[in-house]
Design a binder for this molecule. Structure first.
Ligand SMILES: Nc1nc2c(ncn2[C@@H]2O[C@H](COP(=O)(O)OP(=O)(O)OP(=O)(O)O)[C@@H](O)[C@H]2O)c(=O)[nH]1
Length: 319
């Protein structure tokens, strides 16, 4: 690669909980010799994803407190401007957007001026689709946009659907975006060579679906809200189990994404949990170290959620 070749950029999108972090971990694992600058953006106010991404030697930068396609786009631009000054240190940029991001403004960032366009080159826009929940998610505007702009569609969680459902989904996605290459996966398991270095992003096609791609973005996220609850007092495991059982059973439909780290009384380890609608998983994490402040942190993203009720539920869990 000559000194002047632009730095390839992989944009990873997909609705909340589709499997982006799972795929990102796999990509980083499969590219041990690439110096990748990884940019992760969270919709919520807290940075639980960095605890879920397996640390590698890559530089991982998180942009929180907002969505990459709206209020933190300035942060993305300044990060990229910094990267421009140290081009030799990076072979690739990988951006994981929030599940609520419209990819257009992110794509636009790389096209907005000559210097940006000379320094970076979008390699591909990979959109992960949650095969199990996509029907529900298409009620929102963003998944449709994410699918439309993809040149690679990674249809994930195929273990949770039937063969017939898969065929239907394939027809539907082909109709929504006939240009994209489709892969059907579980846990993002596809040969990394199919995703990286393909230079499959096609600006003309993107402009064709959105002629306003090169003008200023204007949009907002409808009625999807994100709440963060934090407390340094320990929680009671039994109460936590009861609260989650209630949330998942009664509110599962509205819960797009929830995750967190819990400090449980009488437990040396952290409890790390995450879920998408009614699918919930909790595991024991690392032991709290002496230097760490024990603290519970829960992020809940969803539709029609009552902040007070959730707050009350969280408070109930205190030991
Ligand atoms: N059954 C099943 N679960 C999966 C699959 N891929 C990922 N998951 C699980 O789905 C949950 C969400 O995966 P993530 O990789 O965190 O999804 P994400 O898109 O990064 O989520 P956010 O960025 O938090 O919105 C995790 O509990 C994963 O273990 C899959 O193919 N099948």
């Amino acid at each position: 690669m000559s000194q002047e070749s632009p730095i390839p950029v992989t944009i990873l999108t997909g609705f909340l909980g589709a499997g982006k972090t799972t795929l990102l971990n796999k990509l980083l694992h499969d590219m041990p010799n690439e110096k990748a600058a990884v940019i992760i953006n969270e919709f919520g106010d807290t940075s639980i994803d960095s605890q879920l991404v397996i640390r590698t030697k890559e530089e991982i930068v998180e942009i929180n407190s907002g969505c990459i396609c709206c209020n933190v786009r300035g942060d993305l631009i300044s990060l990229l401007t910094d990267l421009m000054k140290q081009k030799e240190k990076v072979d690739r940029v990988v951006i994981e957007t929030t599940g609520m991001a419209n990819p257009a403004p992110v794509i636009q960032t790389f096209l907005m001026d000559e210097q940006m366009a000379d320094t970076f080159e979008i390699d591909s826009v990979i959109t992960m689709v949650d095969a199990k929940h996509i029907e529900q998610h298409l009620q929102e505007e963003e998944p449709e946009q994410q699918i439309a702009f993809a040149d690679i569609l990674l249809v994930n969680k195929t273990d949770l659907i039937t063969e017939d459902e898969r065929k239907q989904l394939e027809a539907q996605l082909t109709h929504m975006n006939p240009n994209a290459h489709q892969f059907y996966t579980t846990y993002g398991n596809v040969d990394t060579k199919e995703l990286i270095g393909k230079k499959s992003f096609d600006l003309d096609y993107a402009l064709n679906i959105n002629p306003e791609l090169l003008t200023e973005p204007h949009h907002h996220h409808h009625h999807v809200t994100s709440f963060v609850f934090q407390d340094e007092r320990p929680l009671d495991l039994d109460k936590v189990n009861k609260w989650f059982a209630y949330l998942v059973r009664i509110k599962g439909e509205s819960l797009y994404r929830y995750k967190g780290v819990l400090s449980i009384k009488q437990m040396e380890q952290k409890v790390v949990f995450q879920g998408v609608h009614m699918l919930f998983a909790g595991t024991e994490g690392d032991v709290w170290t002496k230097d760490e402040k024990r603290k519970s942190e829960v992020v809940i993203i969803g539709k029609h959620l009552d902040h007070q009720e959730l707050e009350k539920g969280f408070q109930y869990c205190l030991a």
